[in-house]
Write a new protein. Structure first.
Length: 376
């Protein structure tokens, strides 16, 4: 079996309306679903199954096709190492994750198994947390501590066992006192049994982060995520020592398992972070998962999507939660875009998401719709 091409399937689809503030954070838009462009990357083989994944761009896939042509699509580690090291490609986003996800999908189709079974098959259901959008200035949205409390209460009623707040970030007022008031209002609204986390403005000073972290410890939050610039390991080492709430990271720092090894060695966090999209695909994320296992440290996956679910389904020292969102009172997250027959992360009655049980990554593409709306 050899790779013969890497195709980019470009098509128009619909999404729930969103706006972006001038600092780049998403908020709900208004009106009916809006048209948007989407891609699927397809790795084509001569006499085996093809591999598919959502995303990828034409330029990257064209030059990856030149490189991958004639290679064995099951040689994932060779291909990963070669893209990551010889071509010095960033792990963060970029073609390494796209190609790796499509190769794992192909491997699953070849074996007739869902990817998480190939990876180890540790668990079928992952508890999930509701992850809110960033704060805004709408009192009916996420504009006040009381609005966060009301929304958190409705999320718990909907069946979530845990809630993660993204609070205010510029251009909205990120004053630590206001953030702490929102965290306190949410704890009072949902009671002591619900796990709560905070992902705050990522550029607080040490003293601001310490002020918030001490409040979170009193409120028994489960973790405190990325309050400081992640380029400073020393700042995180200081914070992890200073506060009792578990500190989680790094999420956006450059590098993959090597960067996380330095953080662990320096005692810069209590819980590690990885993700498939930012961590070099499933192959890259797994390297971090196994690194964490060697240090008896849990590892939480950032964001949703099929690849993350399969990695979480294969962890033997599990990260506690999968992330479902981003959510907002005015945003209809549980809505299936027309290019899919079903979303990948439907919420079960017990507050979990089932790891996809279909072969490969298990995405449920609506090929009739995609073919009717093809752009290339
Ligand atoms: Mg985060």
């Amino acid at each position: 079996m050899q790779i013969t091409d890497v195709e980019t399937i470009r098509f128009e689809t619909e999404r729930q309306p969103k706006t972006t503030d001038r600092k780049g954070h998403a908020h709900p838009g208004e009106g009916p679903p809006e048209r948007t462009e989407q891609t699927i990357t397809r790795i084509v083989t001569d006499d085996g199954p093809d591999g598919y994944t959502l995303g990828g761009d034409e330029d990257s896939n064209r030059w990856m096709a030149d490189y991958l042509e004639g290679m064995d699509p099951l040689a994932r580690e060779t291909i990963w190492k070669d893209i990551a090291t010889h071509r010095r490609i960033s792990y963060r986003r970029g073609p390494i994750a796209t190609i790796d996800h499509a190769l794992w999908d192909l491997a699953g189709r070849h074996a007739g198994l869902p990817v998480y079974k190939l990876l180890g098959g540790a668990r079928e259901r992952i508890p999930c947390y509701a992850s809110t959008m960033c704060g805004d200035d709408d009192p009916e949205g996420l504009g006040t501590p009381e609005a966060y409390a009301d929304f958190a209460e409705s999320l718990v009623e909907a069946g979530y066992p845990a809630v993660k707040l993204h609070t205010w970030m510029p251009p909205y007022d990120e004053d630590p006192e206001r953030v702490i008031a929102a965290c306190r209002a949410v704890r009072e609204a949902v009671g002591p049994e619900i796990d709560l986390m905070l992902d705050s403005h990522h550029f607080y000073t040490r003293l601001e982060a310490k002020q918030i972290g001490e409040a979170l410890a009193d409120l028994e939050y489960t973790w405190f995520e990325e309050p400081l610039n992640e380029q400073s390991i020393a700042a995180y080492e200081w914070l992890t020592r200073e506060v009792d709430v578990p500190v989680l990271g790094p999420e956006t720092v450059r590098g993959n398992m090597q960067a996380r090894a330095e953080w662990i060695r320096n005692g810069a966090m209590d819980i590690c972070r990885t993700s498939c999209n930012n961590g070099g695909g499933i192959t890259g994320a797994l390297k971090t998962v196994h690194l964490c296992e060697a240090f008896e440290m849990t590892c939480e996956a950032h964001g949703g999507g099929a690849p993350n679910l399969h990695v979480m389904g294969a962890m033997s020292i599990p990260g506690r939660y999968c992330e479902r969102g981003l959510l907002h009172p005015d945003y209809e997250y549980d809505w299936t875009p027309p290019h899919l027959d079903a979303p990948i992360d439907e919420l079960n009655d017990d507050g979990t998401v089932t790891v996809p049980q279909r072969v490969g990554l298990g995405e449920r593409y609506n090929w009739d719709y995609i073919d009717d709306n093809r752009l290339s």
